[in-house]
Every structure is written in C-alpha cells, then in structure tokens.
Design a protein around this ligand. Sequence first.
Ligand code: NAD
Length: 272
Amino acid sequence: MPELKRIGVVGCGAIGGQLARSISQFFQDRARLMVLCDLDARKAQKIANELSPPPDVLPIDSVPVHCDLIIEAANGSVVRELAPKALEMGRDVIVMSVGGLVEIYEEVFALARRKNANLWIPSGAVAGIDGLEAAMTGGVTSVRLTTRKPPAALHGAPYLEEKGLRPAELTEETVIFEGTAREAIRGFPQNVNVAATVSFAGLGLDATRVRVITGPGIATNSHEMEVEGAFGRMVTRTENVPSPQNPKTSYLAVLSACAMLNEILNPVKVGT
Ligand SMILES: NC(=O)c1ccc[n+]([C@@H]2O[C@H](COP(=O)([O-])OP(=O)(O)OC[C@H]3O[C@@H](n4cnc5c(N)ncnc54)[C@H](O)[C@@H]3O)[C@@H](O)[C@H]2O)c1
C-alpha cells in the first residue's frame, strides 16, 4: 500500500474549506489531512471538528513541518511567506493566490527546481490552460485574455481611480482597459489570479495581452482566452458563477483546486 500523502491546508475559506472536506471524504486511501491553519483559528477548528480523523489546527510555521503537500488558499502575502519556506524544506505546494507569485516567481520557480519539489498552480477560474500548455510546446505567437466583470466588481480598482473612470455610469459594454498582463495586474488587483495563471502557462507577464470590459448588461465574471500559434487558433470562454461561500471567488476555482488534488493523488492522468 502506498504511503499516505500528508496534507496541510492554509486558509479555510471557500476554497480551503471545500478542499479539507474533499480530502477527508474522497482521498482517504491516498492522503491524510494532517493540519488546518487559518488566521481565524476558530474557523479552522470548526472545520476540523467536522472531519474524521480530525486534523490538528496549527500556526502557519508548523504546517511544512508536518506535511508533504501544503495547499495555500489564503492570500498573496501568505504565498510570499509560505511558498519559499515550504519549498526550501522540499515540500510540495499548491498555490491558489497566484497573484502572490508575480513579484517572486523567478526565485520561487528556481527554488522548486533546485529542491526537486513541486509547485502546482491550478487553472483556477479560467478554462483552456491545458490547451495553452500544449500549444506552447509547438510555439505560440499571441495570447489575449478578455475579462468581463460587472461594474460593481471593479469598484476601487487603482486603474479606474487613476483615470477617473466610473463604470457604474456606463450606458453600454465598454473596453475600459487594454494592456499587458503586468499592467492589468497593477491596475486591477481583483483580476490578478487569472491574468497571472495565463501568463505563467503561456507567454509571460509582458507578452500576454489583457482587456477588461464592463458595462450595464454584465452580471457575472467571464474570461475569454484567445491563443494563436503553430497549432492553429484556440478560443475558450468561461462564464463563471460565484462560489456559494465567497461571492468574489468563482466556483470553478474551487472545483479546479479539487481536480488538481485528484490529479496529484491519482496515477492515471487525462489532459495535459
Ligand atoms: N487561482 C484562481 O483562479 C483563484 C480564483 C479564486 C480565488 N483565488 C484566490 O484563492 C485564495 C482563497 O480564496 P477563497 O475564496 O477561499 O478566500 P476566502 O476569503 O473565502 O478564504 C481565505 C481564508 O484565508 C484566511 N487567511 C487570511 N490570512 C491568513 C493568514 N495569514 N494565515 C492563515 N489564514 C489566513 C482567512 O481567514 C480566510 O478564512 C484568495 O487569495 C483568492 O484570491 C484564486
């Protein structure tokens, strides 16, 4: 019988809470949920109490000590603190707050290679990352991500403040931003995870183009990815519904994390 992978979850909200329950429910034969960690320890303890066997609730520094695989589902500053420490110890890490890697990805990717540890980035809220990865091996000439968001979801974006734009006053669908992924991440931090994931899988932060569209008819988040290269042309469109636990998180992101865990723990893999 293979050794059980010891897993820790950091951040027990919409994504982490669902993953904790999935590990206990579906992966008992391959993994053991050892540790839950949340800034709000009561939240982690509440989930731990539902599970059998109950994981320990521990502070963040203890997680890599007790686990082979750590799932980050908290925020970007947790990624910047946790990922380098865990990889340095040779632990595998799944990162959900992908935007947290933008400033440090070169060192962190190199560290994972040096330590022979795995850094996993799920597709999250966007479909087509598998096709993009396959296309990259043959050569890709352009990647464009178009994100549509309701005006209220863009509230407080630095780009809008800088340009004095008020999406709530628009009378029709409007392209309010067009630029590189790096510029999009700076101007629209709410959109950081998808733009970063597409960039890491494809042409990088400076060659990936991003458009942000908003307007009165747009009620939910959607992402369109257009890729051109030696393989031909690919267009994917993902129309997301919010997760029931966190309206800011697309439900597909929660499911994507569960699917990645299944892929890691399952010897049979389908898709790139
Ligand atoms: N990759 C993607 O496409 C994608 C999509 C959606 C969300 N996300 C990201 O995944 C992360 C989790 O999303 P969510 O919807 O579960 O969020 P959430 O707000 O529901 O849960 C986050 C949890 O992390 C905890 N937390 C915050 N700071 C912490 C710290 N220092 N140590 C331990 N715990 C801490 C919070 O208390 C909270 O319980 C977010 O960063 C979000 O932006 C990524």
